[in-house]
Write a protein that binds this ligand. Structure first.
Ligand SMILES: [Mg+2]
Length: 410
């Protein structure tokens, strides 16, 4: 179901895409992240409206790897198909184009999220219909959010957790290493700093590896009152997740285990999880994600709208998605680069107040891109390099997997 809108004969005249890179400091169990990459798109229409959107690289796990250059090149390909189309026509065809491209090895979800957001932004501005209404409804004007605590020194992790709680956040996501000695100390510092009121979810990103190891480590954290464990085992180990679910007290949330919409049914049938985390760029088009969330709820599972550390554009898009859904089971996870690192490319960054982010009023996705900032973080040289790096990537995709493993190590 979507809200009625009228965009007349307005057509897409051009689509611009940018790669931006933002310096960050993020520690995960898999290693350090020193910069985040973002695909920003602008859709220009014949009436002079500009729609903006954002996606972050996300490939189908187990099928292909991806990076920002691949996402950028794919975006250029898809943009060619949309150019000249009427806005409502482009909106209807984009999910189908996504499905068609999913068969190819250079697929990445990011361009579809970025392009659909930009399309909806333009349609909302042009028709005077709220963004959330176009995708399905307008059920709230503010969205509760959760706070993420990345790995680090226990004192620093506790300080971050406390900072979120002081902002009124009631749901904390704490990254864990999957190592009992380290995680127990971190959790002690965090509970000492925030008390037992905030709900704590731990995210292992698959680090526990085996069911027994997970049972041991999770039960060991019992006194810190962990409500949810996110992705304790590897993404493909649904049998392991089902066995683990029967043995531990916290609920199990899967994140990486969702790679294509049809995974939802498999996860539900296996009884592998209680909750599915819908990472923003994971299923591409917001309309595809929204439909997948409906299916999740119909199958008796809970859902959360996840995060990828995005700019204000991505934050706003996911607030709009949350606004379009009648009942949210959990707060939104995406609070954006501004709240975490004080950096953004929009002139009206979205801020957390009393545990909520207010959905911007008016039409469009709700944020304005500041050209100066976009240029500052824009990877100009990378745009020149993108076709070369993409070609190298496509070549690499043809290697047998044993050679790929060696190349990845290098
Ligand atoms: Mg996760």
């Amino acid at each position: 179901m979507s809200g009625a809108f009228d965009v007349g004969e307005d057509k897409i005249t051009s689509i611009k895409s940018y790669i931006i890179k933002i310096p960050v400091e993020i520690r995960l169990s898999s290693g350090e992240v020193k910069e985040t990459s973002h695909l920003i798109t602008e859709i220009h229409t014949s009436s002079g409206i500009i729609g903006i959107g954002e996606g972050t690289p996300y490939a189908i796990r187990g099928k292909s790897h991806s990076n920002i250059y691949n996402a950028y090149m794919l975006c250029r390909k898809v943009a060619k198909e949309l150019k000249g189309k009427k806005l409502d026509e482009a909106k209807d065809m984009l999910p189908r184009v996504q499905e068609r491209f999913m068969e190819k090895s250079f697929f990445d979800y990011a361009p579809f999220l970025a392009l659909e957001t930009a399309l909806l932004d333009a349609i909302s501005k042009l028709s005077g219909v709220r963004f959330s209404k176009i995708i399905g409804g307008n059920f709230r004007d503010k969205v509760p959010v959760c706070g993420t605590v990345f790995l680090g020194e226990p004192k620093r992790m506790a300080e971050t957790a406390r900072r979120w709680v002081l902002k009124g956040v009631k749901h904390l996501k704490i990254k864990v290493m999957g190592k009992k000695e380290i995680d127990t100390v971190n959790m002690k510092y965090i509970r000492d700093a925030v008390g037992f009121d905030p709900l704590i979810r731990i995210d292992a990103n698959g680090a526990y590896k085996t069911v027994n190891n997970a049972i041991n480590a999770i039960n060991n954290l019992e006194k810190y009152d962990i409500a949810i464990v996110e992705q304790p085992l590897s993404w493909h180990d649904l049998d392991g997740l089902r066995r683990l679910r029967k043995k531990i007290y916290p609920k199990i949330m899967v994140d990486e285990s969702l790679t294509v919409p049809s995974d939802i049914k498999r996860i539900a049938e296996k009884g592998a999880a209680d909750i599915i985390n819908f990472h923003p760029s994971k299923l591409g088009c917001l309309s595809v994600t929204r439909k997948a969330i409906e299916e999740t709820v119909n199958l008796g599972l809970e859902f959360m709208i996840g995060s990828a550390v995005m700019t204000g554009i991505g934050v706003a898009a996911h607030l709009q998605l949350a606004a379009s859904i009648k009942k949210l089971h959990y707060p939104n996870e995406e609070v954006g680069l501004y709240e975490m690192f004080g950096i953004d490319v929009v002139s009206n960054p979205l801020k957390v107040t009393n545990g909520y982010i207010k959905i911007p009023e008016g039409y469009g996705v709700g944020v304005k891109v500041e050209r100066r900032k976009l240029e500052r973080y824009s990877a100009g040289m990378d745009l020149f390099m993108a076709p070369i790096l993409h070609a190298a990537y496509c070549f690499y995709q043809k290697f047998p997997s044993s050679i790929k493993r060696i190349v990845r190590k290098v």
